[in-house]
Design a protein around this ligand. Structure first.
Ligand code: ADP
Ligand code: MG
Length: 439
């Protein structure tokens, strides 16, 4: 089956809009190096070396799920972890923040009951809170703005540790919160525990962001003579909100318009799990409306906002069957499109691949800009990476690395991209461990 002339022209035109060519990569990297100043200080002073010990609780509020973990560090980079996952409903994300924190406190209580442990004193907890936070201290962080579909009222400008403490008190849950970290910082700490060569932590999950270890002597405004380290939370999801180098397609524009934070987190919106499926969806709906896909027929289910989820891209892009049977099943059974031809499915696959590829190439720009900013192209380093997009999307890792080679040349091979599983949970527990030591 072949595309007809108007389909071919339309699909090529769409793919073209999502293409980031080599010159564009360089332009974006140069601009992003200037954007590095947007970073926030994360008051973490110690980087793990694998010899830490103790038992801590961790709470991970990522954007899609809430995880509660109990982590025991056993020395020499080994640990045991028990964890439970709780889904956060849209009404909790967009209702009043006291309801959200009550829910979190309930989850922690349930987790402790399920553990069945009896403790002499309350366990210490590290809180991974993956939103932009202005950190006054390791145990105090004020929410700057919500991202990733959260709008819960009464939280912006408040200390997130304080709000959680109050909820725990309301619910009578005996836990001591000693640290709050961003998921990027958590991932960095957790991966450094496994591999001390780690100086960068990255998230490609619901959202995207990174943190890195900065030597204090590189921060002129601190004017310190001491040599030491601190962690900087880059907040690269907000890079180029001014759109100086990022080119948005009409499908990205539509996504931004109907998002809860128009004009914000523009880089994140082209890259992360919360958005990619929605961009694909916008393209597919446009092609259906122009009678170029599914013979112009949709389904009521497919028309709904959010009907096309990012994990579908992974299934479709990995579909290597001649007839694209997995894609067929997804479109016809899951999304209830009345009938699809092989051509339809090939078009859908090409669109998914183009949008997935753009996400990886743009991600590579941010990562390479950071590597150049730190100046470790030659020396090399390890990067701990967490998030479902990185872990499960079939082409993402490969495309990320390929694009790094395009930007950095052979020095790209000095940079080791490593999966940091459970990074945000383990990192919060490590932050709690250090906070206790410093007390
Ligand atoms: P969080 O960011 O909340 O910590 P995750 O790292 O699990 O959570 O990322 C969740 C995001 O990843 C969601 O936006 C989801 O759409 C996306 N996602 C989950 N599974 C896959 C998959 N198999 N392929 C691509 N994206 C996925
Ligand atoms: Mg996470």
């Amino acid at each position: 089956e072949y595309l007809n002339e108007s389909q071919r022209i339309a699909v090529d035109e769409v793919i073209d809009q999502f293409t980031v060519d080599h010159n564009k990569l360089d332009e974006i990297v140069s601009h992003f190096i200037k954007e590095m100043r947007k970073g926030l200080n994360a008051p973490v002073k110690s980087i793990p070396n694998g010899t830490e010990t103790g038992t801590y609780l961790a709470l991970d509020l990522g954007g899609t799920n809430l995880r509660v973990c109990q982590i025991t560090f056993l020395r020499s980079g080994k640990l045991t972890i028990k964890q439970e996952k709780y889904e956060i409903s849209d009404s909790l994300k967009t209702g009043h923040s006291s309801k959200l924190f009550d829910f979190i406190a309930d989850c922690i209580r349930q987790f402790l009951i399920d553990l069945g442990g009896v403790y002499d004193s309350p366990l210490s907890l590290g809180f991974t809170f993956s939103f932009p936070v202005d950190q006054m201290a390791i145990h105090k962080g004020v929410l700057v703005r919500w991202t990733k579909g959260f709008t819960a009222a009464g939280a912006v400008g408040q200390d997130m540790v304080g709000m959680l403490r109050e909820a725990l008190k309301r619910k009578n849950v005996p836990v001591k919160i000693v640290a709050i970290v961003n998921d990027t910082t958590g991932t960095l700490l957790a991966h450094a525990y496994e591999n001390p060569a780690t100086i960068i932590g990255v998230i490609f999950g619901t959202g995207t962001n990174a943190a890195y270890v900065e030597r204090l002597e590189n921060i002129p405004k601190l004017d310190l003579n001491c040599s030491g380290k601190m962690v900087i939370d880059i907040e690269w999801g907000a890079f180029d909100n001014e759109r100086q180098v990022l080119s948005l397609t009409p499908y990205d524009e539509k996504l931004d318009r109907i998002s809860l934070n128009p004009g914000e987190q523009m880089f994140e919106k082209l890259i992360s799990g919360d958005y990619l499926g929605k961009i694909v969806h916008n393209v597919l709906l446009d092609l259906v409306g122009r009678n170029l896909l599914f013979s112009g027929r949709s389904s009521s289910g497919f028309d709904n906002i959010g009907a096309f989820k990012t994990p579908y891209m992974s299934i479709i892009e990995a579909d290597g069957t001649d007839d694209l049977v997995y894609t067929k099943q997804l479109l016809e059974v899951e999304l209830k499109i009345p009938e699809t031809t092989l051509t339809d499915r090939q078009i859908v696959q090409r669109i998914c691949c183009a949008i997935g590829l753009r996400a990886a190439r743009l991600s590579s720009c941010a990562l390479c800009a950071l590597i150049k900013h730190i100046g470790v192209e030659e020396k090399g380093c390890a990067v701990g990476i967490d998030g479902s997009l990185f872990e499960f999307h079939p082409g993402f890792k490969h495309n990320l690395k390929q694009t790094m080679r395009e930007i950095l040349g052979k020095t790209a091979d000095n940079i080791s991209l490593e999966q940091a599983r459970d990074g945000s949970g383990v990192g919060a527990a490590l932050a709690a461990l250090y906070a206790e030591k410093d007390l």
